[in-house]
Design a protein around this ligand. Structure first.
Ligand SMILES: NC(=O)CCC(=O)C(=O)O
Length: 284
């Protein structure tokens, strides 16, 4: 598809969550409607696990089939009603053989499912004096890369912990992506240290936009999300950032900046491939 425009308006919805799935989805739908009315975005993003508490003991109970489940159907309808792209955060997906995945769905303005990304790198960490979390206790990892086309612009999808894996971002860059979107929920141990750093690193290394959308912080929750949903530009500059609470972050991104940065700092033509190998890029 040809690039209709280089400017795209994004709205990142940093949403409050609770244990009530219907209320969480209703809140997301209300915020989508508000964002559309107030800001007329082309693309809306939601947080990781926006319809359920983020915790391994909850994933199976809250899981749904995609695209037949309740949350998918609501997001599809919202995209069509408002004529907008929706990167639907993540939900626990009930997959083949009863496996559960942490999955992002992407909806086109006609309500069609145009992308489904299962988190590839499960969040399994144990930091002394900090956080212990093991997604693999109940989740399975996805094995496929996911890119979508929005008005001729290729966008890669990753989920939270995926951002730590530079190889994945590099692969998206090599596949022609100009932006990577990560629904995410960093925590209060690693968030202050690594959240902005990782986004700016991925943007700088690959000369593309990086977008993250977090749940709002709830200090009483079992897992306290860091917040600070963010858009970083291809210069690795923070274009816009949320605070901790429920918030809509709106920004116009200019995709011509991607090409400008790649021309001005042409590292991808300066690789010493005679000294280090570059892997074959799998088709994505
Ligand atoms: N939900 C996640 O994958 C959390 C990742 C995270 O907090 C990190 O430090 O990495």
């Amino acid at each position: 598809m040809s690039k209709a425009s280089n400017i795209m308006r994004l709205a990142l919805l940093q949403l409050k969550g609770s244990k009530d799935k219907t209320a969480n989805v209703a809140n997301a739908l209300g915020q989508i409607e508000a964002a559309v009315k107030q800001h007329k975005p082309r693309l809306i993003t939601l947080p990781e696990c926006f319809n359920c508490p983020y915790g391994t003991k909850y994933f199976r109970e809250y899981s749904e089939r995609i695209p037949d489940g309740y949350t998918s159907q609501q997001l599809s309808k919202a995209a069509a009603d408002h004529q907008v792209y929706i990167v639907g955060g993540t939900i626990p997906e009930l997959g083949e053989n009863d496996a559960i995945y942490n999955t992002c769905t992407v909806w086109a303005p006609n309500g069609e499912l145009i992308g489904k990304h299962r988190k590839m790198h499960l969040f399994d960490i144990d930091v002394k004096g900090g956080i212990r979390f093991k997604e693999s206790e109940t989740l399975s990892a996805g094995n496929e890369f996911t890119t979508i086309d929005v008005d001729g612009h290729r966008i890669g999808i990753g989920i939270c912990y995926d951002i730590r894996f530079e190889e994945m971002a590099r692969l998206y860059r090599n596949a022609g992506c100009e932006m990577i979107i990560y629904p995410a929920a960093f925590n209060m141990t690693t968030g202050p240290l690594h959240w902005e750093l990782l986004q700016r690193a991925r943007a700088n290394d690959n000369q593309l936009y990086v977008v993250t959308t977090s749940p709002a912080r709830d200090s009483n929750a079992e897992y306290v999300a860091y917040g600070h949903s963010m858009i970083v530009d291809p210069w690795a500059k923070v274009l816009k950032s949320a605070s901790e609470g429920e918030e809509i972050v709106v920004a116009d991104v200019d995709f011509s900046l991607v090409e400008q940065v790649r021309q001005q700092i042409p590292v991808f033509n300066q690789r010493r491939v005679d000294l280090y190998s570059t892997k074959q890029v799998p088709k994505v």
